[in-house]
Ligand binder design. Structure first.
Ligand code: DGL
Length: 354
């Protein structure tokens, strides 16, 4: 090779390397916090039925979703390795505190949290209420394990990273990306045991779409979340006990009394219809409310609004109406509300605004 050709090629390589480095420097920084779930699930042996969720590390999840390095500079951290049916206060506190710590760092642009789908809606809403940042926080899961013939996790993760890296996702509260759909934490609900298209937002609809890394946003949440939320974990190690009781034909007050005996500070009714229950169950709930336990009426129906004083006189019974929140979401808000007050009227105020 003659000298001038060598100089030309070297210059080209240098320009390309510098351009690559500059491009890499321009990428947003996204942290992936892994907690387990089916997205990290593996079959013990190929071809065996069943799988164990939370088996794979965050690094394996990142390696399985090629192309993410073109949209963000990614760092992975393992927070837990559990199936989300085992989600608990210890992991919630660790996750929320680490997320808040990272989001406060100027170099961090967004966070993705990998999570099992069973309780994903509860964790998403909990974080929506205790995250103190307007930077994007996006939860992703999957319905099929990583070792399945056609796993849905890698594309969910890819889209989750794209949304977490997107400045347009700022200020929308905690989001969830699943199967190309984008959801607000407060609105998302799991509706199918095994279907890839399991998540819906029955009352307000999905917030947008995330399709091969490009996001569309249809609307903005109007309820209080993240930076405007009054709730904080400062000084707390756990949250007050709140139990959910399920209404059904011929129900007596036994489950309510059991919750009271277990030390519940609040009880959420997964009521029939518009948050209703048998007279015996309502009597037991009224007795609990009279003792200072906060009773919130939600519904097992799956959609709609449980309003105050329609068929039951909440004013007289001392109850709180959950409005749009399903029982599991109402439980999250009630636990946080109980860190502030046990006054049912004030707690109704939280349900009105959050
Ligand atoms: N055990 C469930 C969980 O981790 C599996 C369901 C899933 O992740 O999709 O939530």
């Amino acid at each position: 090779m003659n000298a001038s050709r060598f100089v030309r090629i070297s210059a080209c390589v240098l320009v390309a390397l510098c351009a690559g480095a500059a491009a890499a420097q321009d990428l947003p920084d996204v942290i992936i916090l892994a907690t387990g779930g089916t997205i990290a699930g593996a079959q013990p042996k190929e071809g065996d039925p069943g799988y164990k969720s939370g088996s794979l590390s965050v690094d394996s999840l990142i390696a399985a979703a090629p192309g993410m390095d073109k949209i963000a500079r990614i760092t992975g951290e393992q927070i837990a390795s559990i199936g989300s049916q085992d989600m608990n206060d210890a992991v919630w506190f660790k996750l929320a505190r680490r997320a808040n710590e990272l989001l406060a760092a100027p170099w961090v642009d967004g966070i993705v949290i990998t999570h099992g789908t069973d309780t994903l809606e509860e964790t998403a809403y909990f974080l929506d209420l205790v995250i103190k940042s307007d930077k994007p926080v996006v939860l992703v899961g999957s319905m099929r394990p990583a070792t399945s013939t056609s796993p849905d996790g890698p594309l969910n993760l890819y889209n989750g990273v794209a949304v977490a890296a997107d400045p347009m996702a700022k200020g929308l509260g905690v989001l969830v990306v699943s199967n190309d759909d984008l959801f607000a934490a407060r609105e998302i609900q799991k509706t199918n045991t095994t279907d890839v298209q399991t998540f819906v937002s029955p009352n307000r609809g999905q917030l947008g779409e995330a399709y091969y890394g490009k996001a569309w946003y249809f609307w903005k949440p109007t309820t209080v979340h993240t930076t405007a939320s009054e709730f904080s974990l400062d000084g707390l190690e756990t949250l007050p006990r709140v139990d959910i009781v399920y209404a059904h034909e011929n129900a007596d007050g036994m489950m309510v009394e059991a919750a009271v005996a277990a030390g519940a500070k609040g009880i959420v009714l997964a009521g029939v219809g518009d948050g209703n229950a048998t007279a015996a169950m309502v009597d037991a709930l009224a007795a609990a409310a009279a003792k200072g336990i906060v009773v919130v009426r939600s519904t097992r129906v799956g959609s709609g609004i449980v309003r105050r004083n329609i068929e039951l006189n909440d004013d007289k019974l001392g109850f709180v109406a959950a409005l749009e929140l399903n029982p599991q979401k109402a439980r999250v808000l009630l636990r946080l509300a109980l860190t502030k007050t046990s006054d049912a009227k004030k707690i109704q105020g939280y349900f009105d605004r959050y």
